[in-house]
Design a protein around this ligand. Structure first.
Ligand code: ADP
Length: 382
């Protein structure tokens, strides 16, 4: 059984093809993968065109074979989608209605779903949502202290994102720790261009730093994360409009604002060479992340582990070292040699010392793997 996964980001389209065999149903084996990048910035105008490129590459890779199922990553599932959904026209319309809640992130997913259901009319297709894992958030964690009317009328509440990744790396971490996922309490930080932290209690999400949109929380590549909402009111009065605020907060803030650009490798090198802006950017990001981890240690009832993943979590030993230096009060201390070795690994590994009160693990994420498994679970194993 061949499963295609399409992972549409705001400016990229990643795909992978995995083969699932009856004797080894779990996870499958990846037989192809690829990416179309910088969508909307140059040669490739939108995700429909990106889909055509991917479809052409698939024809070559598959050489006449067809895929048996397609799994789509969708960022926002609102309150309706608490798990993966088999796609039909009604489901597509329901996902489209959520575009308003995630205008940068949902439309690419919907465009790919429409293109793929047109191209492969007979192939079952499944939508897997970043928000679903957070369906278990207790109301005191998902409520904002705003009038209930805003929740009822507009759905303004915390949804949380990165759920597919958080659940995947959390489960991998519990395998490594020999703990049952259902018994796991811990903090999982997905640190990529977008970044969030989640408190997990008994294998369920109980708090998470992204909110109504993927803008709240940590300092990110180009997103501000937490700011006093009073700043937005102030700027509106100064003449900013909705589009101006949107582009300020989503595209021109975060590391880009503090350090001039959003590539973590270049920022760490600049900081090491004495660049004060880069140093401040890293301190600001690590400080906020450490503060969230401390808070979520409490929210999850006492973490058994802290798990780091995403492009930065997996690859930036200097940023991990900076973070762990701030986690001393939790009884965590860094094993520098393990930290250096943990970069770019296929498997996870522990980067804290054996006598740390709470282990810190680096676990590579694989959203496509998780989406493929969810897809097979919906359409039926081979
Ligand atoms: P996305 O959120 O777009 O999926 P990723 O999880 O792939 O992002 O993370 C991308 C970020 O990871 C890049 O912006 C970069 O800052 C960081 N990164 C990737 N490789 C390295 C590396 N070798 N060293 C430090 N940072 C890295």
């Amino acid at each position: 059984m061949l499963v295609l996964v399409l992972n549409a980001g705001s400016s990229s389209l990643k795909y992978s093809v995995r083969r699932f065999d009856p004797d080894r149903p779990s996870g499958g084996v990846r037989i192809a993968k690829g990416i179309v990048e910088r969508i909307g910035e140059g040669g490739v105008t939108d995700h429909v065109q990106a889909f055509d490129i991917v479809s052409g590459e698939l024809d070559e890779v598959l050489g006449g074979r067809t895929v048996d199922a397609v799994g789509h990553r969708v960022v926002h599932g609102g309150e309706r989608f608490t798990g993966p959904a088999l796609i039909d026209n009604e489901i597509i319309r329901a996902i489209e209605q959520l575009n308003e809640l995630a205008p940068l992130h949902n439309p690419p997913g919907v465009q790919c779903i429409r293109a793929a259901t047109r191209a492969w009319t007979k192939v079952p297709q499944v939508a897997v949502f970043d928000t679903s894992f957070h369906r278990t958030l207790p109301e005191h964690a998902w409520r904002y202290a705003l009038p209930e009317e805003l929740y009822r009328r507009y759905g303004i509440r915390r949804y949380g994102f990165h759920g597919t990744s958080v659940q995947y790396v959390g489960q991998r971490a519990t395998d490594l720790m020999d703990v049952r996922w259902e018994d796991f309490d811990g903090v999982v930080a997905h640190l990529g261009n977008g970044a969030s932290v989640t408190a997990v209690r008994g294998g369920r999400s109980v708090d998470t730093s992204m909110g109504f949109t993927p803008l709240e929380g940590l300092v990110m590549g180009t997103r501000s994360g937490d700011v006093d909402p009073g700043v937005l009111v102030f700027l509106l009065r100064k003449g900013y409009d909705a589009d101006g605020l949107d582009s300020l907060l989503n595209r021109n803030s975060g590391f880009k604002a503090l350090a001039g650009h959003n590539d973590m490798r270049a920022i760490t090198e600049a900081a090491a060479a004495g660049n004060e802006e880069a140093e401040l950017a890293l301190e600001t990001a690590a400080h906020r992340l450490a503060r969230y981890i401390g808070g979520y240690h409490v929210a999850c009832g006492g973490a058994q582990a802290v798990v780091l993943t995403g492009g930065v979590g997996e690859n930036s030993a200097p940023f991990r070292a900076r973070l762990l230096a701030k986690l001393g009060p939790l009884g965590i201390s860094l094993d520098p040699a393990a930290n250096e070795e943990a970069t770019g690994l296929e498997e996870g590994r522990t980067i804290s010392t054996p006598d740390s009160a709470i282990p810190v693990l680096v676990v590579p994420t694989d959203e496509e793997h998780a989406i493929a498994e969810a897809t097979v679970a919906v359409v039926g194993a081979p």
